[in-house]
Design a protein around this ligand. Structure first.
Ligand SMILES: Cc1cc2nc3c(=O)[nH]c(=O)nc-3n(C[C@H](O)[C@H](O)[C@H](O)COP(=O)(O)O)c2cc1C
Length: 153
């Protein structure tokens, strides 16, 4: 199985989780590539209009993992902009968000719902989801568990 990992990360947290998921996929005996969305004016609170720079085409993947940070109790703007102009072709999606706070009510739950809505509009089904709480003392365990869960469809 060849799995695509579509990720946006501003300060690197979400990308580091994506890399651990990729390692787990390879350990499982499957293939995986990370595709990064990047932005011009990517500061989450920036005043200038955010414009996508790298807009990865992930339409070749039937199984896709999507990862994004939470900004202002919502999934990051870059992912929303990506879905305004890009089509995925996956039938199944696993997704995760990273957030600072230890409780999912501070953006994580909403972010997962938002990603699920974006992909379901394109006909994909969300199977497994995870929230990584960056300030939690259990962060490493959360990442390991998420890698196990999200690497399988
Ligand atoms: C402008 C801004 C807004 C944020 N809003 C939230 C939030 O609402 N809830 C939360 O738990 N973390 C929030 N965070 C923290 C990020 O979600 C967290 O640090 C995330 O892991 C960053 O991922 P990245 O390094 O991949 O960009 C915010 C960070 C920034 C910079």
């Amino acid at each position: 199985m060849n799995i695509g990992i579509l990720v946006y990360s501003y300060t690197g947290n979400t990308l580091s989780v994506a890399e651990k998921i990729r390692v787990q996929i390879l350990t499982n005996g499957d293939q995986a590539q990370i595709h990064r969305i990047t932005c011009i004016n990517g500061e989450p609170n920036g005043q200038k209009p955010m414009v996508l720079k790298d807009i990865p085409d992930v339409s070749e993947y039937d199984k896709l993992i999507i990862g994004a940070p939470i900004n202002g109790f919502s999934v990051c703007k870059a992912l929303k902009i990506y879905f305004e102009s890009s089509e995925i072709n996956a039938s199944q999606v696993n997704c995760f968000v990273t957030q600072h706070f230890k409780r999912a009510i501070f953006g994580g739950n909403r972010g997962i719902k938002q990603i699920s809505k974006l992909v379901s509009k394109q006909g994909a089904i969300v199977t497994n989801t995870a929230i990584i709480h960056w300030s939690s003392k259990d962060r490493d365990t959360q990442i390991d568990n998420s890698a196990q869960l999200l690497s399988r469809f």
